[in-house]
Design a protein around this ligand. Structure first.
Ligand code: PAF
Length: 280
């Protein structure tokens, strides 16, 4: 099995994509990640592979989307492991730039801002997080742009529902020639939504974290009200609720639970912040 070509510079990635488009690739799938790839990522990478002539995965822990005191320094990094996983999936190119390559002048002067939709929910606890994520993805879209001969599709997981919505808005608001494809949440057998941060959980904490999925399911089935779902989470040992809301998936405005709405939950399990969601 030959693994993916690992590109560490913008110029190298552009050259590789350009060469493959010249050789006939008509669809380019881009899956942006911060690495530490788990089975949830593997599922998205498989779709990126299956649906495109050329499959590109970026692995970049983006400092812009971490706030002061967040886990940028300690965020899990394992490029060799990630590349091995992506080789199994048959990904063609991995883009793994350094921070200096992506931000040669330090913090960029011009960046993307997400306004109100980026400052509520996750954005309320993580100010600037979505602006940082949008700014780096904005760069990735331009770096991976295959030109008029091929289509660019970008893949995002539904677990980060607010991020997905903001990416869709950015494409719409900036008229990017990029199609966003959403991939459903992958869960452990017990129901925990897979996340790179799950590796911070002890076995007991992982058990307690199952309350997120349990309450989402009960709410979606009409067995719990929002109020009771919130109390159930707070009653779970080691779990502290941040928010449990239902929103209009179009613009994230708060609505009563009902068909077509999206239930979003965020909680700390010990020191680890987890999010999950479910369509009602
Ligand atoms: O979802 C993530 O891992 C990141 O926010 C993303 C989209 C790769 C941007 O850094």
């Amino acid at each position: 099995m030959t693994g993916p070509v690992v590109c560490t510079t913008v110029a190298q990635l552009r050259e590789e994509i350009g060469a493959r488009v010249t050789r006939g690739a008509r669809t380019v799938g881009l899956f942006p990640t911060m690495g530490a790839l788990h089975d949830g990522h593997a599922r998205i990478a498989q779709r990126t592979r299956a649906e495109n002539d050329l499959a590109v995965v970026s692995v970049f822990v983006n400092p812009l989307q971490f706030g002061p005191g967040e886990d940028f320094e300690s965020y899990p990094r394992d490029l060799d492991g990630d590349v091995a996983r992506l080789a199994e999936v048959g990904v063609d190119l991995v883009f793994a730039p350094s921070v200096e390559q992506m931000y040669p002048d330090g913090t960029p002067v011009v960046s993307v801002t997400s306004g109100r939709a980026g400052s509520i929910l996750e954005g309320a606890t993580r100010p600037g997080h979505f602006d940082g994520a949008l700014t780096v993805v904005n760069k990735l879209f331009t770096i991976a742009a295959p030109g008029p001969a091929a289509e660019l599709r970008a893949y995002f997981g539904e677990k980060d529902a607010q991020q997905l919505l903001l990416m869709q808005r950015m494409v719409r608001d900036f008229d990017y020639p990029v199609e966003i494809r959403a991939v459903p949440i992958v869960r452990s057998e017990q129901g925990l939504a897979l996340s790179s941060r799950n590796q911070y959980l002890s076995a007991e904490q992982a058990d307690h974290a199952l309350v997120l999925h349990r309450t989402l399911r009960a709410l979606a089935a009409g067995e719990l009200t929002l109020e009771r779902a919130r109390s159930a989470i707070d009653a779970e040992p080691e779990v502290r609720l941040d928010y449990f809301v239902t929103v209009d998936p179009g613009d994230l405005s708060l609505v009563e639970p009902g068909p077509g709405t999206l239930a979003l939950v965020a909680a700390w399990v010990g020191p680890t912040r987890l999010i999950d969601n479910m369509r009602i």
